[in-house]
Design a protein around this ligand. Sequence first.
Ligand code: SF4
Length: 358
Amino acid sequence: MKKHAIIPIFIPHKGCPNDCIFCNQRKITARTADVTPADIHKTIQTYMSTLSKMDMETIELSFFGGSFTGIPMEEQTAFLEIAKEYKDRGIIDKIHLSTRPDYINPPILDNLKKYGVDVIELGVQSFAEPVLKAARRCHDAACVYESSRLIKEYGFTLGIQLMIGLPEDTLEYDIFSAREAVSLAPEIARLYPTVVIKDTPLYDEMEAGRFIPMTEDDAVMRTARMYEILTDAGINVIRVGLKSSDIISDPSTTSGTFHPAFRQLVEGFLAKESLEKQLKIMYARKNVSINPSTHDPIKVAFISNRKCYNNMFGHGGVNRKYFSTEYDGLDIRYMCDYQFSSDLHLKDNQYLVKDLSK
Ligand code: SF4
């Protein structure tokens, strides 16, 4: 199967005038050398030496880090010229970058268009004003709507990044933010449960007892609700949870909800919820108790497509353990849709319980 490759170029936002509560860019940039055009050539060449263009459906050059369009225009242009050169030569297929909603305007977008940028991701974090304010984002939600509209109008692919569990955030605000994101019709989204990183104002707030990070269970549940809203709307959620390499040089300096397999936790949670809902209906129809069993063993099949098969077990087999503990006398066969029936084609994150006792 052909794959999608990303060549990441970290552009630290030196001199960022903002002071977002969760961000350690100031500390990172203080320790990071400037990225030069030569570095970009070198990174691309290093990656290309390990990638076979034949096996790749798309190769994206991705500028991440701070806020690409917040750096001086001459620097943006110097980086984009290199990216465009590789795109024109057919070595890469797409140019991807992320930025802040308030660093989008027509002259900036004209420049990005001129250099063949394809995807613009906005670090929105939340659509709830109290959360934006508490996170010291220094822009309001209206700015997000306007910049998203402009990005779409210019014909770029729009991405929306949202955070969960910042100060003042609630489950209701998370659901609101996911729904507002859907209203802007982005093609892609990322969900980042808040990770408290050392050397950030949020870390100081936590140390002073003024901020309590979410528990992992809460973070998984809230992220799952947002994931569901976005994926049901056909938005491709390309990332759930930070990668350890994203901004965390040393995961031991973090607190909160960092988990290297956060996506699996969320997808496993949703699989368990869906399977359990169907099981409960089945038990009610049969008029039998769940635990302790007062009935003959019930045989069921838990079914998903091949891609989502492991979600039914949950990360580390947590769902499997749950069902065997909570459902006395339940005999489960885990199956892929094509094993159950050649006519059954389940969508991603769609799960079925079939009664095999009949
Ligand atoms: S999140 Fe972006 S805008 Fe905010 S302080 Fe960090 S680099 Fe600056």
